[in-house]
Design a protein around this ligand. Structure first.
Ligand code: UTP
Length: 292
């Protein structure tokens, strides 16, 4: 029987050290990209890809994420009384969007550990994992592209992008065999390495923050040893999964922004604002006027 991907897991319990001091008392997932928190882009992508259950892995200091997807009674009442129907609609849409469940990761013991926290809520079905700070601008939501591959292959699928040069060492990198007839877009993974030295990278195919995984990954993660920095790495869990099941890497269509990084965040802010009908033109004029 073919399985559908209905559940989307958002690990959001990391410490966000690259974005200090902004992330000292505020989750990086709540930093606004123009006027929407980063995590809302990911949640909208998951909904657009057909998921109907969102599971957010949170930790200390992440309360603002829960408040964001909850009903804000006082705010709604105030907007209603003042006749601000447009704003009221925006605010209501967020809490009406979808059912969100939260699981707490008590200690930041790594991405693999965060995913393992979702085991009970996900159960025995395939699921998506989205790292919210990878914001992907695409005509077809990136996750939908992966789910389309999953539906055909019924195996785990990792979002992949080509990264040239030394920058590859910031990523999990896959080694794979191109699948015939896919124009170099789909690879059968033969190995995975987390953050290799550039000269040791097995390819230029970097894994980025969108995954469709089979539930077998919970089993392999639960017996995977902690790796670099005492953390349970998702990459190590996936390597163990490879011993049991096929995994595919898919070079998706779209532009990925690393908004967990200060420069990446700034670039994403400018690009997203330039695309807006209300802000694009005045921002373009402003940027043109800067003496650069
Ligand atoms: P990152 O590698 O981006 O780490 O985690 P981070 O702590 O969030 O940020 P920096 O690097 O210190 O700035 C990748 C994803 O895994 C989640 C993070 O929230 C992020 O979405 N994560 C990481 C957890 O949920 N738990 C962890 O223990 C580690």
């Amino acid at each position: 029987m073919k399985m559908k991907v209905r559940k989307a897991v958002f690990p959001a319990a990391g410490l966000g050290t690259r974005f200090l001091p902004a992330t000292k008392a505020q989750p990086k997932e709540m930093l606004p990209l123009v006027d929407k928190p980063i995590i809302q882009y990911g949640v909208e992508e998951a909904i657009g890809a057909g998921c109907d259950q969102i599971i957010i892995i949170t930790g200390r200091g992440k309360q603002a994420i829960e408040d964001h997807f909850d009903v804000s009674y006082e705010l709604e009442k105030m907007l209603e009384e003042r006749g601000k129907t447009d704003l009221l609609k925006i605010v209501r849409n967020i809490s009406d969007m979808i059912h969100v469940a939260y699981v707490r990761q008590k200690e930041a013991l790594g991405l693999g550990h965060a995913v393992l926290m979702a085991r009970e809520l996900v159960g025995n079905e395939p699921f998506a994992v989205l790292l919210a700070d990878d914001v992907i601008d695409a005509d077809v939501p990136c996750l939908k592209q992966l789910i389309d591959v999953f539906e055909e292959k019924q195996c785990s699928v990792l979002a992949t992008q080509v990264v040239e040069g030394a920058a590859i060492s910031a990523y999990g990198v896959l080694k794979g065999k191109p699948v015939d007839g896919t124009n170099g877009r789909l690879f059968e993974v033969t190995d995975l390495v987390e953050k290799p030295k550039p000269e040791l990278a097995p390819s230029n195919l970097a894994v980025i923050g969108r995954y469709v995984l089979t539930p077998a990954v919970f089993e392999t993660l639960s017996v995977t040893q902690t790796g670099a920095g005492g953390e349970l790495q998702l990459t190590d869990g996936l390597r163990n999964l490879l011993k049991k099941e096929k995994i595919y890497g898919f070079v998706f269509d779209g532009k990925r922004h690393d908004t967990g990084d200060k420069l990446g965040f700034l670039k994403a802010t400018v690009e997203f604002a330039l695309k807006r009908s209300d802000l694009g033109e005045p921002l373009r004029q402003y940027l043109k006027g800067l003496k650069l």
